[in-house]
Design a protein around this ligand. Structure first.
Ligand code: ARG
Length: 442
């Protein structure tokens, strides 16, 4: 029973939140005349001692005492005696754990937000540096149209920005205080829930005592935002793996974020990127685990809810690591601009520019221009040359109206420079986007 029932092995992580919430509760009990000022003072003094013991590694956690709440309270009783027994007036472990856990998740959101901001800043710096560095843009992982490396990196700045927005939104809904809901029905003592809510930095007390102890949607929102962020990081990680491969050589990851092979001396493995890619698995798993724990659970508290913590802790730790590793990789990586440009120039990546030229200069309908371009690409393919190296006569055989002026749009530089539409990849647009992204960064 102890082994299945006890949670202290993992919920000890909530010790600081538990003590903080207890101190706020005790202060409120004094102000409301529910306990004496003398008892309240003893409780505060004792809680500070407990905190110091835990932080100084001088605290013995007892599994027999089940969870962090009972461990703290039992030690408080050893330290201050009788007044400790008054702390649990007008509360229950049910509202206590809901409060502690909200405080913990809220702190994680804030830390994560700062870390994601750092990642954006790293991406923006590299994007500025590579605003005009040409690489192939892909669809279906096939070379599609040339883009700049800076533009590609800025795509992730946008994604991370929305990840931060989701976390912020979750924080707003999370920030109500369950304390004072007691076991589930509220209490007959004249407590001041607004006071404890305020002392703990919540916007207000939760309105319904049953909801306050029964729901964990705040953790689910955190996990869903975390899962989406992890998914984004895993896409970037996968690209780092691909780009750093010997077949691509677009980038080189720093030694700090690569490992050698114990048997193949030539290898530089992108382990950190692979692990970031994989962390998404356990973070998404945490979301699913808690959703399944919660579904069909009758109100109010059930011990099932104790299973909310481990997946949430693990997801928060995993995501923090993944963000830090990604930031490090982005800051450190070196770019092989020549390899990127060569790849961008292969695969007829300026075919769309040729079709657009036929539309713009000869007034052809786009569908018709598309067919002609496809045939010109086939000719280049047969000759084994790039589009801008195909003789004019070959092009004119498909469309007599084509003139030498067409060659102006067939280089990757011209192609990229022409994509000046809002949000497009033209280096000038990318520089504007860098400036705008930096201005938004807080
Ligand atoms: N360890 C418990 C949890 O994490 C604390 C609440 C226990 N409440 C109770 N009525 N047994 O959920």
């Amino acid at each position: 029973m102890d082994r299945i029932n006890a949670s202290v092995d993992f919920d000890r992580r909530l010790y600081a939140e538990d003590i903080r919430a207890s101190a706020a509760h005790a202060d409120m009990l004094v102000r409301q005349g529910i306990i004496t000022a003398a008892d309240g003072a003893e409780i505060s003094r004792g809680l500070a001692l407990v905190l110091a013991e835990i932080e100084g590694d001088r605290f013995t956690f007892e599994r027999a005492l089940e969870d962090i709440h009972m461990n703290v309270e039992a030690r408080l009783a050893e330290l201050i005696g009788a007044p400790a027994g008054r702390l649990h007036t007008a509360r229950s472990r049910n509202d206590q754990v809901a409060t502690d856990f909200r405080l913990w998740v809220r702190a994680q959101i804030d830390t994560l937000d700062a870390a994601l901001c750092e990642l954006q800043s790293a991406l923006i710096d590299r994007a500025e540096e590579h605003a005009a560095t040409i690489m192939p843009g892909f669809t279906h992982l096939q070379s599609a149209q040339p883009v700049t490396f800076g533009h590609h990196l800025l795509a992730y700045v946008e994604m991370v920005g929305r990840d931060r927005g989701r976390l912020r939104d979750a924080r707003v809904r999370l920030n109500e205080c369950p304390l004072g809901a007691a076991a589930l029905a509220g209490t007959s003592f004249p407590i001041d829930r607004a006071a404890t809510a305020q002392a703990l930095g919540f916007d207000r007390p939760m309105a319904n005592s049953i909801d306050a102890v029964a729901d964990r949607d705040f953790a689910l929102e955190f996990l869903s935002a975390a899962a989406i962020a992890a998914m984004h990081l895993s896409r970037l990680a996968e690209e780092l793996v691909i780009w750093s491969s010997a077949q691509f050589r677009f980038i080189r990851l720093s030694d700090a974020y690569s490992t050698g092979s114990s048997i193949m001396p030539q290898k530089r493995n992108p382990d950190a990127a692979e692990l970031v890619r994989a962390k998404a698995g356990r973070i998404i798993g945490a979301l699913i685990a808690l959703l399944v724990v919660m579904k069909g659970l009758a109100l109010a508290y059930g011990k099932d809810l104790q299973e909310d913590k481990e997946p949430t802790f693990d997801a928060a730790d995993s995501l923090a690591l993944a963000v830090a590793a990604t930031t490090g990789m982005i800051r450190d990586l070196t770019v092989d601009a020549a390899a990127m440009r060569a790849a961008a120039a292969s695969g007829f990546a300026t075919a769309t520019d040729l079709a657009d030229w036929l539309v713009r200069t000869l007034g052809l309908p786009f569908r018709r221009a598309h067919e002609i371009t496809a045939r010109i690409v086939s000719r280049a393919e047969a000759k084994g040359c790039a589009l801008d190296a195909l003789p004019l006569a070959e092009m004119q055989a498909e469309e007599p109206g084509i003139t030498a002026a067409v060659f102006e749009v067939l280089t990757v530089e011209r192609s990229v420079a022409s994509r000046t539409s809002l949000g497009g990849t033209a280096p000038q647009r990318v520089r504007d986007a860098v400036r705008a992204a930096r201005a938004r960064l807080v």
